[in-house]
Design a protein around this ligand. Structure first.
Ligand code: ASP
Length: 322
């Protein structure tokens, strides 16, 4: 005999939304620490606000957060991008959502303020996952995205850095202990348990014209799957691509590692296998965070459950009410 209680459907409790961002793994000099920490906090708060709006998704949150970082000249993405060997700006960006594994990316795109928005449009308005170079700019014009002069994207630091690192091949291994790059990224989970990720970069100073790093490559610069979690990466792009770092983090979570263990294992593998340094942020499918880096510093911040956490040096975790 059935009672009223038998008719109750136990929906899983709504997930607590979380947004976690990074501002690039490298040897950030002391004079950039404050701007970097402030920038990631602003981005995490903006992403979280976007996530708590009616109907907003994890994808909305990561795009909103990364736009803040792209607009902040303290970071190497959008405004503040580093220069290639010809003194030009070529940017890479990716977005991905974990429900249907939809993704979109742009590589070597020029004159765009927010490449992450263009990556999202590739995902939503084309049948492709990655558009590069002139094709990406042609697509931007076709969807009415404004193009800006290169000078709008470039700051004095980028010009000075190019002078120091003219010979990419001789300096590539030293780049991550210098003042030259700070790729940005975000991961998020929404109330429905959907995860998303986004990564955006100007790449590496003095890179060859046409060089595409890890950031816009699925599984390298970012990856997510509702079944496991989400990750965004930063660091030496050629190393990250060789070990498909973001996919490895998500795979680790799928196989029972916590987000923190997953991030640490993947970076340790990259270090021993290809001698590469970098960082990653991750959320598992219930919103637990993993934050790890093998460089000197990586600014990060997350917002969830009414508090904001941030840090930049190894082992740091400052908390305040959000
Ligand atoms: N991964 C980026 C690239 O190689 C750089 C970075 O993360 O700082 O293009």
């Amino acid at each position: 005999m059935s009672s009223d209680c038998d008719k109750v459907v136990n929906h899983p409790p709504a997930m607590k939304p979380v947004v976690l961002v990074h501002g690039g793994a490298w040897a950030i000099p002391d004079d950039l620490v404050q701007a970097s920490c402030q920038g990631v906090q602003n981005a995490a708060k903006t992403g979280y606000r976007a996530l708590t709006e009616e109907g907003a998704t994890a994808l909305d949150a990561v795009v909103a957060a990364v736009c803040v970082l792209e607009d902040d000249p303290a970071f190497d993405a959008g405004t503040g991008s580093v220069l290639n060997e010809d003194g030009d700006v070529e940017m890479d960006a990716i977005v991905m959502e974990g429900r249907h594994l939809q993704t979109g990316a742009v590589a070597c795109v020029k004159n765009i303020l927010n490449p992450v928005k263009l990556a999202r449009l590739v995902m939503e308005k084309t049948e492709h996952v990655l558009l590069a170079g002139d094709g990406a700019n042609k697509f931007a014009r076709s969807v009415g995205m404004k193009e800006v002069p290169t000078s709008v994207l470039v700051n004095n630091d980028a010009v000075k850095e190019l002078d120091h690192f003219k010979k990419f091949k001789k300096t590539v291994n030293g780049l991550f202990s210098t003042r030259d790059h700070d790729t940005v990224g975000a991961v998020a989970i929404d109330r429905q348990g959907n995860v998303a990720c986004a990564t955006s970069t100007g790449g590496i100073t003095a890179k060859m014209v046409g060089r595409v790093g890890d950031s816009p490559i699925i599984g390298s610069g970012a990856y997510c799957d509702n079944a496991a979690g989400t990750a965004s990466t930063t660091g030496h792009g050629e190393s990250i691509a060789k070990v498909t770092l973001a996919r490895r983090v998500v795979y680790n979570m799928q196989n029972g590692h916590s987000a923190q263990q997953a991030a640490e294992e993947a970076l340790s593998y990259m270090s021993t296998r290809v001698n590469g340094a970098g960082g990653t942020i991750a959320l598992d499918r219930t919103g637990n965070a993993g934050i790890a880096f093998t460089t000197e510093r990586m600014p990060w911040a997350w917002v969830g459950s009414g508090s904001l956490h941030y840090g930049i040096n190894p082992g740091e975790d400052f908390t305040m009410a959000s």
